[in-house]
Design a protein around this ligand. Structure first.
Ligand code: MN
Length: 339
């Protein structure tokens, strides 16, 4: 029997939930990062205490019991979840229960008025219009979940936000669910999460929970899963790159139709880049010069397309323009490294 304690840190796309493993048991109940009464009046102390010390503890105890001496005990928790179809339903329920509650405690906080980070807010607004619309969608998913389960906001494999719900203790990491992703937040809609205070009024519990949602932690998870891009603050160069990537790569395979159709648009994007504001981090003479050249190269290319020049000439002009674009990218990358 192992007598010393150690900590297993699970890393899943850079995010971790720390779980202490004891001498006999692989999993143990994480310490609640605030007092049982800290979320009053939105979530009452008695509910929190029973939920954490009884319900979550039961998932931990049962998980240790059902995996003891089996291959499942050699898997990290998240590896277990992503291949959960291979395991008995008792493993599924208790591994899910342990993961889901460990996450749930961290995405709640006694701190009022935490806010999504700028990048998470941008992603929410882009996808759902507003934080309020996202809340409405999540509450709807939670209300529609028949019986016990969870509502989720996750990041899918395309790094897009996705809202879903699951039954019982399933979650979006599991290979058995329809909508997969890495959870940013999960809302427990089992009756044990709200019945003492809200009885059958699940909607009232859902309205209240947003008052204690820990947007700092949800944002931290988002930032870890979707790292900042070099050009996040420079929309014009992302727009230009969009047209460039959709025209240059086909041209490399001998298909000039995309650039012939979009050479005018390329000029417009280059001019928008030149007329827009270069982010301070990249605003150097070298980058400014390359942006001016980008406009000139785009116009030259467009002129060739307009007068139906030979394909070789168009290909050469597009290749030159592509080189100029990469001069900008490389200048900026060097500056990033210098930071
Ligand atoms: Mn629960």
């Amino acid at each position: 029997m192992n007598t010393f304690k150690y900590i297993i840190i699970f890393l899943w796309a850079g995010i971790g939930i720390q779980i202490q493993a004891g001498a006999q048991d692989l999993y143990s109940l994480p310490v609640l990062p605030y007092a049982y009464n800290a979320l009053e009046p939105y979530i009452d102390a008695q509910t929190m205490e029973i939920h954490h010390s009884k319900h979550h503890q039961a998932y931990v105890t049962n998980l240790n019991k059902v995996i003891a001496g089996t291959e499942a005990a050699s898997q990290p928790l998240e590896g277990l979840l992503s291949s959960i179809s291979r395991y008995p339903v008792a493993v599924r329920n208790n591994a899910g229960g342990h993961y889901n509650h460990s996450l749930f405690w961290t995405i709640l906080t006694p701190n009022r008025n935490t806010q999504p980070s700028k990048r998470l807010l941008d992603a929410i607004v882009k996808q759902y219009g507003s934080v309020d619309s996202l809340k409405t969608l999540l509450n709807l998913a939670a209300l529609k979940q028949f019986g016990s389960g969870w509502a989720w906001l996750s990041v899918d494999s395309n790094k897009k936000l996705v809202v879903s719900s699951t039954a019982n203790q399933d979650n979006p990491l599991m290979d058995v669910v329809d909508i997969k992703g890495i959870p940013l937040l999960g809302i427990d809609v089992w009756e044990h999460a709200y019945y003492l205070k809200y009885q059958n009024r699940r909607g009232d519990y859902l309205s209240a929970i947003w008052n204690v949602l820990n947007w700092d932690e949800v944002s931290r998870r988002y930032e870890a899963i979707v790292p900042a891009g070099m050009f996040d603050d420079w929309q014009e160069i992302k727009d230009f790159h969009g047209v460039m990537s959709q025209t240059f790569h086909p041209s490399e395979e001998g298909n000039l139709e995309p650039i012939k159709a979009r050479s005018g648009e390329m000029v417009a994007k280059a001019e928008a880049l030149a007329n827009g504001k270069i982010p301070p981090a990249f605003d150097t003479p070298r980058v400014n010069e390359a942006v001016e050249k980008l406009v000139a190269d785009s116009k030259k290319l467009d002129k060739l397309v307009q007068k139906k020049a030979k394909d070789e000439e168009i290909t050469k002009a597009l290749s030159d323009l592509h080189d100029t674009f990469h001069t900008i990218v490389e200048s900026c990358s060097t500056m990033e490294e210098d930071h």
